[in-house]
Write a protein that binds this ligand. Sequence first.
Ligand code: ZN
Length: 238
Amino acid sequence: MKQNGTLSDSQQMDKIKNINTQEGFTIDEVGDDHLFTSFETPMRAGAFDLDDDSKVKLIEKSFADIMHVLGLDLEDDSLKGTPHRVAKMYVKEIFKGLNPANAPKVALFENKYQYNHMLVERDITLYSNCEHHFVPIFGKAHVAYISNGKVIGLSKINRIVEFFSKRPQVQERLTVQIANYLKEVLGTEDVAVVIDARHLCVSSRGVEDTTSSTVTGTYLGQFANDATREEFLKHIYH
Ligand SMILES: [Zn+2]
């Protein structure tokens, strides 16, 4: 509610309070407890109105501002290219999975051998970034499915893991997004995904726990049955 185009003092305070709390949690609590709101990556309208090169230019400027505020000398030979490098890395590498245009092209094949048991691809290397702190999450993803008539090239499973990893993420959402995507492209209900990963926001700052890892799992269709799930887990925890 604007008054003559400006907010009153109490409205300003309410606005600040809304920014600093989320359903009773402070922004620090939301970050350190890794609370999240949806299995969809929260995107704003018009997220892809700008092309990648325009995004790189804008982020480069913003990142130079951050470095400047921190007190770094952007004239220094070692630092002056950093804003551009970071911007390019954000848009074209570590966050390229935000753009649906970068989704892997998945070709399916007929299940000619009539292999009707589970296929497990384990120890897929995973690099992502925490959406609360923008520092790395890294670990392994283990993926399984039971064919419903179609099979997928094995390297495509890696590509799908990679695509959803290259976003600011929370591990629970990443696990579910990979499972749902596979379910959709393969036309099967029978998909399982386990991720075992370390979060640098937990180990290098905050509670500074350097030994813990976080395990998440989604077991759909037949994988919800004890015997099938156990067979899968036996394969991955060899
Ligand atoms: Zn974090």
